[in-house]
Write a protein that binds this ligand. Sequence first.
Ligand code: TRP
Length: 332
Amino acid sequence: MTTNRVLTGYRPTGRLTLGHWFGNLLNMRELQERYDAYYFVADWHALTSDWQDTHAIRRFTEEMVLDWIAAGIDPERSTIYRQSDIPEVAELTLYLSMVTPMPWLERVPSYKEQREQITEKDLGNIGFFLYPLLQAADITIVKGDFVPVGEDQLPHLELTREVVRRFNNQYGELLPEPQAIIAKEGARVPGTDGRKMSKSYGNAIYLSETEEETAAKVRGMITDPARKLKTDPGDPDICPLHQIHKLVSADAGAIAEWDRCCRGAECGCVAHKKALIQDLNAYLRPFRERRAELAATPGYAWEVLADGAARVRPAVESLMAEVRSALHIDAG
Ligand code: TRP
C-alpha cells in the first residue's frame, strides 16, 4: 500500500504566531499521522514579494523549521526541506511557463488583489507574476497528491491542475494532478486588537516570544469595547481575551465561570487578563522549552533541511530526467 503524499509550503516572512498554531500547525501535526507529509519552506516565494529586502529570509527559514519541530512536526516522519535546495523547481517552473497562457496568471484572484492592496512593495516584477506557477512546480515536482488549502489558495490549486493537464497533453502523462483538501477550518484567533491575528497588523502573539512579552501583550489587549467600567456587563463572545482563553484553557468550568461573571459584571477585565496570562503561558510552555532546546544546538535546523533535501532529491532527479527527455532537452 502506498501512502498518499500531502504537501504544503510556507513563506519564511516571520516567526509563527498563535494564529498559525490554531490555524495550521495543529492540522499539519495531524496530517503527518495519516499521510507521507512534505512540509517545505518556500523561500523563493518569499523572494517574489520581498525581493527588495531579502536579509531576513534565511533567519526566518531557520526560525520556521524550529517552530514546526517544537510544535510537534516530527522531522523523521515528515520530510522538511527548503524550496531553494531543489533548484530543479525553478527549471520545472520554466517548462510549465511554456504551456501557460498569460491570461491564466493574470486572472488569478490573489494576483489582482495583492497588486491593488499591497502598495508598500513593488510587485510589478515577473517573479511575483509567476508565483502560482512556482507553486505548481513545488507541488508536481514531488508528485504531491493532496494540498491542504484555505479558501484563498484554492485558485492556485485550480491553476496547477489546468497547467498540469495542458503540460501532460503536450508532452505525455508526466505530472500528477494534485487535489485540494480543504484544510479543516482552524480556529480563527483574534489578535490583541480584536482583528484577525496577523504579523502585518502588529497584533500578534508569537509562539517563541518570552513569557514576559506575552504578559505585556495580554495586559494591553482590548476586551469588549462597550465595557468601559467594571460595573458594566460585558459580552465574552466579542471579547478577544475570552476567545483566546477558550482556545488555550483545559478547564471548561473556569471558562464557563469567566463567561458568567463577565456577563453579570461580577469580575473585571484586569483579573481576567491575569488568568489568561497564566493559562496562555502554561499552554505554550512545553513548546517554548522544546524550542529553546532545539535552538541550543547550532545548525540544527540546517541539518534537518539538508536531510530533507537529500530525501526528496532522488525522486526529483528521476522525474526531471523524464521531463527533459520528453521535451528533448537532454543529451541526444
Ligand atoms: N502560496 C502559499 C502561501 O502563500 C505558499 C506555497 C508555496 C505553497 N508553494 C506551495 C502552499 C505549494 C502549498 C503548496 O502561503
